[in-house]
Design a protein around this ligand. Structure first.
Ligand SMILES: O=P(O)(O)OC[C@H]1O[C@](O)(CO)[C@@H](O)[C@@H]1O
Length: 392
């Protein structure tokens, strides 16, 4: 974080019509909710509740949780009282977007009791993606890895985990990052620093804070396998969301499905799947979660138990755009604000693998920031650019 004497940058909100957060609420969410209602045969009660949420979040003010919500105390602690009655786009964007997904789960009956309890509203799109032929091709590409040197394999797998973050189902709803050249879109590449940090001490635990399921989680798992099987990590914790979130964010069920997809794949991917199965059953790889992973707050507000757990990791890999917003703070930082300053609060050495899909940007050199700004503001949200940023 900037020093005590420097004022923090303004928090990002969607108050300005046409701004990126405003468009998420007014353009992206209507498409998303339509997709949810088309994806599962919800009855009239759930459909009406979803329509009410759409009307409230586009034209109304932030309303309360449903009566008897089991996480009411958590949301009180996360500041619900301060936001009630505000227009959704006037609340901090991070807060409002997270609360939107929480309210959507209630609308579709996820919390129960009832027949829709525990049914993932994004399940159909996640399953379609995981079963797609594109995934077969991506897994088959692992067969070619053996022709590369060890260092080239490391680099290829780190980059594939990075660019896997473009595979974000919420992003693709409205056009998404159809293209973008992985060779030219990398704005900051601390890859060498990542590998050096892992070499600098005895192998320790890797914490990977996952983002999306499916086509992002598969390369994340392959990277975890690489670090475990080459002895650069002694164990790994894979952090997933405790409930469906931001459309395609990975839950335990998604992690299991991705591991199964690898296990049943032919060739090198199947061998990765076999090793991961052994790592999961021996405890070398653990799937973990925490309620705070779906909290509407930046990571500097992390509770003590999660902070303590992460503080014993040798390296935390933080995946994706939303986790990046939480890591550095969802604020209008000058894009040249040092990554190390903004992540000093984080309890472990940290590597962010992120494609840029929202306004926040940090850690860029002045020439890069100026070059991009000269092209207009779209570079921050197009998904065509990415960063590998490390604070060791
Ligand atoms: O899946 P990722 O990489 O976290 O991206 C999620 C991003 O998509 C958005 O929800 C927009 O659709 C952003 O506001 C958010 O940060």
């Amino acid at each position: 974080m900037p020093s005590q004497s420097e004022p923090a940058a303004p928090v990002i909100t969607g108050g300005e019509p046409g701004s990126f957060p405003w468009r998420v609420f007014h353009e992206r969410h209507p498409v998303l909710l339509r997709q949810v209602l088309d994806g599962l045969p919800y009855g009239p009660e759930q459909r009406r509740a979803v329509e009410r949420l759409l009307a409230e979040s586009t034209g109304g003010v932030i309303g309360p949780l449903e009566d008897g919500a089991r996480d009411a105390a958590a949301w009180d602690a996360w500041g619900l009282g301060d936001q009630l009655g505000l227009r959704w786009t006037d609340a901090p964007f991070l807060w409002a977007e997270s609360y939107f997904y929480r309210r959507l789960l209630a609308a579709v009956g996820w919390f129960g009791p009832g027949p829709w309890q525990g049914v993932d509203p994004f399940g159909p799109v996640k399953a379609a993606e995981l079963g797609s032929p594109a995934v077969d091709e991506e897994l088959a590409a692992l067969d070619g890895l053996g022709t590369l040197t060890d260092a080239q394999q490391d680099d290829a797998l780190l980059r594939s985990a990075l660019w896997g973050n473009r595979a974000d189902l919420s992003f693709r709803l409205t056009g998404g990052p159809a293209s973008g050249d992985p060779r030219t879109g990398l704005l900051c590449d601390d890859g060498a620093r990542f590998w050096a940090a892992l070499r600098s001490g005895p192998p320790g635990r890797l914490a990977l804070i996952a983002d999306n399921a499916g086509r992002e989680l598969l390369p994340d798992l392959v990277l975890i396998d690489r670090l475990l099987s080459t002895g650069r990590a002694s164990s790994a914790h894979l952090y997933v969301k405790p409930q469906p979130y931001y459309v395609s964010d990975a839950t335990t069920a998604d992690a299991v499905a991705a591991a199964e997809r690898l296990l049943h794949a032919p060739g090198a991917a199947g061998a990765v799947g076999q090793r991961l199965r052994e790592a999961l059953t021996s405890g070398a790889l653990e799937i973990r979660t925490h309620p705070f992973l779906c909290a509407p707050l930046p990571f500097d507000a992390m509770p003590g138990d999660l902070r303590a757990e992460l503080s014993s990791a040798a390296m935390a890999v933080v995946k994706g755009d939303l986790n990046y917003r939480r890591l550095v703070g969802d604020r209008h930082w000058p894009a040249t604000t040092p990554f190390a300053d903004l992540t000093a609060h984080f309890p472990a050495p940290v590597a962010a693998l992120r494609t840029l899909k929202s306004d926040v940007a940090a850690g860029l050199d002045a020439a890069t920031a100026a070059r991009l700004d000269a092209t207009g503001p779209g570079w921050r949200t197009s998904g065509r650019h990415a960063v590998i940023q490390v604070r060791a």
